[in-house]
Design a protein around this ligand. Structure first.
Ligand code: C2O
Ligand code: CU
Ligand code: CU
Length: 564
């Protein structure tokens, strides 16, 4: 009898399951700082039946890359190797760091070159990410799948009773969608939306979650689509973190809007779910307000998609056995939130969304002009606190992202009480519906650099590539003197070199060092190398190398050479 019942149960499960088959959610492997090597390369992925898809990924993944874990207070040293056939960049989205380390459009890594940025982690524990940012190529490189999570941990977060076992009860999920053209290749141009959702690079993903409290770190890595998330059984879930930190206490919700580039950490309480029960994480995207990205009715064409204006499954969840030492209650409090004092703002920046209207000759952009890599759009004095208001009297919803800082949204449409409860906290991306404005406050406290700008832009990578991006520099409070500097004493030793070289720059601080081979090809790029730290050249072939050294104060360049 027992066997018969279980046979029937199996048979029914099989019949139900045959309506939709799921694939196991991939959990990216993890890398731990402070030294990390990320090798970006072209590869192939078997994403669905038929041909493999040409993708780009990191460290042997076939889509996306490893999750990098770093600790607040540590100095992280990255070795970014560009093994693509194209130039690219790698941007540390959400990180506070010197502009020259930021990986924006100015930090181009030629193919075959290693870029070695490093910075001290001052960000709070939260879920950040990294992705390519080469101007006019971001859409293509992001579509390929290049990117990864960057998770910051700190003492405050570690002391909380939160799920923290990576891939078991603490799950990073990157959602995006892709459209396929002939032979299973990704559509890139004129494709605002994919037709098929990917969760960590897996179509129709499913995961078994233990019967306890689960933490999901959700990243919207779409080109344009927003997700209005919820669960198929309409359960309450708890927002615990925004882009740049944990909240003061969990916020109970049934729906949560996640726009492109945003991250939300949520808790779901599965402790009372029956073993074997299943339910779905859903995008309730049907019938949103006009201008909602992904609300367009079309099923195909440039702004159409099979997922548009629909409710669809994002992740199929089944409940499995509880782990040892499970978290089984939602904490009452998290991290005290000390917002930036609104009265401390010394100046205001205004940004106006322009262009993109039907028949408009100009793509979406900000007032002042479409992106020009040689034009600095805003100069921000170091040590200032600023209010930025972005106004979108435009036909469509957009996102707004700024590099360098985490901000607090202080008003929507000039109204403090119109700020969503879920977006109170530290943010680096905001959603800007059509015909609305948003105001945030941010502090610009260090890393002055009149030469290397930071970006602000719409995070829809097609809009960004079309020029919906501008740049700002943070300048020191007083001008530095431009006394001429005696470079004659700078030397490189040992020469000939074997394993490593040292640069004796005396009292001159170096802004940039790059190493070229005999053909003039840049093979190593070292922003602001630390004094007295050897540069490892053991991987370079024997030969003659020239070294370009840029002085910090004057930005003068001198050239030295060595033989290996
Ligand atoms: Cu996530 Cu400027 O980008
Ligand atoms: Cu960014
Ligand atoms: Cu936009």
């Amino acid at each position: 009898m027992r066997t018969l019942i279980s046979f029937c149960a199996l048979f029914i499960a099989f019949m139900n399951g045959s309506a939709q088959t799921f694939n196991k959610l991939t959990i990216p492997d993890s890398l731990h700082g402070p030294n990390c090597t990320l090798r970006i390369a072209d590869t192939f992925a078997q994403l669905r039946s038929g041909n493999q898809t040409i993708t780009g990924a990191i460290n042997g993944h076939t889509f996306w890359g490893p999750t990098v874990f770093v600790k607040k207070g540590d100095t992280i040293r990255m070795n970014v190797i560009n093994a693509l056939n194209d130039s690219t960049t790698l941007h540390w989205h959400g990180m506070h760091l010197p502009a020259v380390m930021d990986g924006g459009p100015h930090q181009v890594i030629p193919p075959g070159t290693i870029w070695k940025p490093y910075w001290k982690i001052t960000n709070d524990a939260a879920t950040y990410w990294y992705h390519p940012h080469l101007h006019e190529m971001t859409l293509e490189h992001v579509t390929k799948g290049v990117g990864g999570f960057l998770i910051v941990q700190d003492d405050q977060e570690s002391a909380l009773p939160l799920p923290r076992t990576y891939g078991i009860d603490d799950i990073p999920i990157m959602f995006t969608s892709r459209r396929y053209v002939a032979n299973n290749q990704f559509a890139v141009q004129n494709t605002a939306y994919g037709d098929y959702l990917l969760a960590n690079g897996v179509h129709d993903a499913e995961v078994t979650l233990p019967k306890q409290v689960i933490r999901l770190r959700i990243l919207n890595a779409e080109i344009e689509r927003s997700y209005n998330i919820g669960f198929s059984d309409n359960r309450t879930f708890y927002v615990i973190g925004t882009d740049g930190g944990l909240r003061d206490k969990p916020l109970a919700v049934n729906r949560l809007h996640i726009a492109v580039g945003e991250r939300y950490e949520i808790l779901i309480d599965c402790s009372n779910d029956e073993l074997g029960k299943s339910f779905d994480l859903m995008a309730y995207n049907a019938n949103q307000l006009f201008g909602f990205p992904g609300g367009e009715p079309a099923q195909n064409g440039q702004f159409g998609s099979l997922l548009n204006n629909k409710n669809f499954t994002m992740l199929h969840i089944s409940i499995g056995e509880r782990t040892t030492n499970p978290v089984i209650t939602i904490p009452q409090t998290l991290i005290p939130f000390q917002p930036i004092d609104i009265n401390s703002a010394s100046s205001t920046q205004t940004i106006q969304v322009m262009g993109g209207a039907p028949n408009s000759p100009m793509p979406f952009h900000f007032m002042g002009g479409i992106f020009n890599i040689n034009r600095i759009d805003k100069t921000i004095p170091m040590n200032s606190t600023q209010k930025w208001t972005i106004t979108n009297s435009n036909v469509f919803g957009h996102t707004f992202h700024i590099h360098d800082v985490q901000f607090n949204i202080i008003a929507r449409n000039g109204n403090a009480s119109a700020v969503g409860q879920h977006e109170i906290g530290w943010k680096d991306v905001l959603y800007l519906p059509r015909n609305e404005s948003a105001t945030f406050i941010a502090r610009f406290v260090d890393y002055a650099d009149p030469l290397h700008p930071f970006m602000y832009h719409c995070h829809f990578s097609n809009h960004e590539d079309d020029g919906m991006m501008q740049q700002f520099v943070v300048v020191p409070p007083t001008e530095v003197s431009e006394d001429s500097i005696d470079f004659s004493s700078i030397s490189i030793f040992p020469n000939p070199a074997t394993e490593s070289i040292m640069i004796d720059s005396r009292d001159i601080d170096l802004y940039y060092v790059s190493i070229q081979n005999v053909n003039g090809k840049t093979i190593m790029m070292l922003p602001q190398p630390e004094k007295g730290v050897p540069i490892n050249v053991s991987a370079l072939p024997k030969g003659f190398y020239s070294v370009r050294l840029t002085d910090m104060k004057t930005k003068q360049v001198i050239v030295r050479s060595f033989v290996k």
